[in-house]
Each structure stands twice: as C-alpha cells, then as structure tokens.
Ligand binder design. Structure first.
Ligand SMILES: [Fe+2]
Length: 424
C-alpha cells in the first residue's frame, strides 16, 4: 500500500478532492506520478479510459484465457501505456510468408570477427543502431596498446565472457562475466583482459545510462545501490617502464584523433563527485515476479537512457497459479524495437537459440513464445535464462555487419505444427 505521506507528497490526495475521477482510477494516477521511466517522463502521462470488454475475454490479463484462444497484448509505450488484450483463435506468429523489409531478425554474434579479436590496435564492430544507440561487439584478446576515449556517447559494456581489468581515469575496475560496466562519455580507459577468449556487448548511447525510478517497489528492489562497485584511485605512474609516450585515441563524430603524452595520463590520485565509472553484476540483480500473473518486461528494467531502456532477464520461479500464463505473451511492439541478447542458460521460450545469439523484433510485427514452449509451459516451474534486452524508441537498423551473421529463416521458426484452437 502507498502510505498517505507519499500520496500527499505526490499531490494525489489533493487531486482526489478536486478531481473525483482520480478516485476511480488510482492505479492510473499512481502510475503517472510514480512510474516514471527515467528521462522518458513524457511517456507515462497516460490516463486509462475505462475497461471496455467485448466478446470472449479474460478479466485479468495473462490469466485464465478463454479456451482455445491466444492472448495478444496490444500496448503502447513499452507496457506503460494504454493497452488492449486480443484473444485470437490462431497464434499471431502463424504467418506463412513475408514480403518487404519488415521481419523478425536473429543474429549469431559468435560469428562476428571484430578487428580487436586478432589485432591489439583494432576496435569493436557495430552491427545495429539508430540515432540514439549503437550496439557493437568487442572480442578484444590483448590489452589495448592505447588509451581510448569516446566523445560520441556513454558506453555500457556487458561482459558476456572474459576477465580482466579496465583502467580508467577514476582507477582500475576489475571485470568478469555478467558485469554491466558504465563508462560515461569521454572517460579515458584501457581494456586489459586477463583471458584471451573474451566477448563484450557494447551499447553506446547519446545520453547517460541511469537507474530506473523504482516507484512502488522501493530503492532496494532489483538491486540495492549498495552492490554497485566504483573504482578506487590507483595512479599509473609507470616509473619503471621503457615506454616513452602514451596515446589517447579519441572518437568524436565517428572519427578518430590521437593525442600523445610523455606520461601515462591515468595519473589521478583522488576523485570526488557524482559522476564516475561504475558497475553492477547480473548476479546481484534480483528479479521481481508475481506468482499469480506474468509481469511485463518493463518489470526487469535495469538502465534507462534517452530513447532506450535496458532490461535484464534472470532465472526466477515461474507463475504458480494454475491459470496464469508462464511464457511471455504475444505482442506486436508499437512504440519500441526490441533487441534481445542471449547471455547464458536455457532459453525456454525460443527454439534453437544459443548463448551469444540475439534477436531484433521490430515494431509492427508480432513475436511471442515458440509453439513448443507454449505447449510445454505447464511442465516448467522455473526459467533459467540470462538475457539483456535493449528496447529502442526509434527504429533500430541492422548494419551490414549484422546482416552478415543473420539467420535468414528465423521468421519461419514459429512454424512448427500446432493444432488450431489449442489452449495456450
Ligand atoms: Fe517482446
């Protein structure tokens, strides 16, 4: 329950006095006041109308579907806005052919060979992007022989595989599998892997990666800020090296410039303030769920940035309620393109997906569980998957490097035979 103090603070009690309709729609009012998604506040002022119901429906979304139907959530604003549930007699992914550009995509990113895989002087390879975010893979096998500074955007490194340290202006930060490492724009850093088989997913954003507002679930849900790790100063004075100059490679407007120093510029002996390099490991993220109804992906939001959100899907018990859906519901994205990177575990709701693969589901086309997962959902009690989702507000484009590792027939992967009218 929301304490009265909080309601007063948010001005909701006052609104009740002057606008009686808010009394009828407290959840919508609370959502608009408390459920902001970082800097995308404009998205949350969505007043529900009232529930219209026609034909055969479930009264509670994702629970107790009418027999023989497939539920689709047709929602706005990334599960925050208005929505309708449509009860289909066929799975919405039961298509037989596509024409034109729009279709679901799947990539085997294990097949990418970024220049930094073999050349210490090389860099990552970008395979997707839009005007807000760019997604790349680095397979850096050797320590950077230079320092790097990205003046084009903030970077979020996700460590799919590998161990080592990132040396930064703020001090060294050790990294390991499952780390999300936040490198603010224009921080100077150097990746020094200890292992040779490494795999980093890098999301570059035009703006900062911030923590989502957690609203009703409180500051310590998902992860406690106490698990965040920041670096301690460790100036690299390099007194005993024969190195005579240090290169800082700067990316600005996608062009590289170099500045050279006769000393190691990672020489900071102390830092203070509220801007720094920081990391959180996936194992420290504790997902929330309901044992009685499937929660939308937005319940798993880890970071927000301008034009995109990052969510983490982690192992958790599945819904216990006998009538509750245990797999993601069908939906056609309306306001977001959805990129999903499969990190580890058993990807129950999708066939033929292995760690290191990724999907891109563009707005306007449905996606949802594969037929086998839908049929077997009643037998599962837990999900054991680790995945990183990036939802982009603007259309995300596949770059040529992505096209080169695409599974061309992915769109047909929902085509396993299934009886028409089977209960989902
Ligand atoms: Fe989705």
């Amino acid at each position: 329950m929301i304490p009265e103090e909080a309601l007063k603070k948010q001005g909701i009690l006052d609104e009740r006095r002057h606008h009686p309709q808010v009394v009828l729609l407290p959840v919508a009012a609370l959502r608009s006041r408390l459920g902001r998604r970082g800097n995308q506040a404009e998205w949350v002022y969505s007043k529900s109308m009232y529930p219209l119901k026609k034909g055969q429906v479930a009264n509670q979304a994702h629970v107790g579907l009418p027999p023989g139907t497939y539920e689709e959530e047709h929602g706005r604003r990334g599960f925050y806005g208005k929505s309708a549930h449509l009860y289909h007699t066929h799975p919405p992914t039961g298509w037989i052919r596509f024409e034109g550009k729009l279709r679901p995509h799947c990539f085997d990113l294990n097949k990418l060979t970024p220049p930094d895989l073999r050349d210490p002087d090389g860099g990552p390879v970008a395979f997707l992007g839009n005007r807000d975010v760019k997604v790349s893979v680095s397979r850096r096998s050797f320590p950077m022989p230079f320092l790097f500074r990205n003046a084009d955007g903030d970077e979020l490194y996700f460590v799919h595989r590998g161990e080592g340290v990132i040396e930064t202006d703020f001090g060294p930060l050790p990294f390991e599998k499952g780390d999300y490492i936040n490198l603010p724009r224009a921080v100077t850093y150097r990746v020094v892997p200890r292992t040779t088989d490494n795999f980093f997913l890098i999301i570059e954003s035009q703006s900062e990666f911030e923590q989502p507002e957690k609203g009703l679930i409180g500051h310590h849900a998902l992860y406690d800020p106490g698990v965040i790790i920041t670096p301690d100063p460790a100036p690299a004075l390099d007194d005993n090296t024969s190195q005579t100059e240090w290169e800082v490679r700067i990316k600005c407007e996608n062009q590289f410039s170099k500045v050279f120093y006769p000393f190691n510029p990672l020489d900071v002996v102390g830092w203070k303030g509220d801007l720094t390099v920081w990391k959180v490991n996936m194992r420290d993220i504790r997902p929330i769920m309901s044992h009685r109804a499937h929660l939308p992906p937005s319940a798993h939001t880890t970071f927000v940035t301008q034009g995109a959100v990052v969510c983490s899907f982690l192992p958790r018990p599945l819904e216990e309620d006998a009538e509750a859906l245990r797999v993601p519901f069908f939906h056609r994205n309306t306001d977001y393109d959805e990129f999903l990177f499969y990190h580890d575990g058993d990807f129950f709701s999708k066939d033929n997906i292995k760690p290191g693969m990724a999907t891109l589901h563009p707005r306007g086309i449905h996606h949802g569980p594969h037929p086998k997962a839908l049929a077997n959902q009643g037998k599962k009690t837990r999900t054991d998957e680790y995945a990183v989702m990036l939802d982009g507000l603007n259309p995300i484009h596949v770059l040529p490097e992505g096209e080169g590792v695409e599974w061309a027939d992915y769109w047909a992967s929902w085509q396993a035979p299934q009886p028409v009218g089977a209960k989902s």
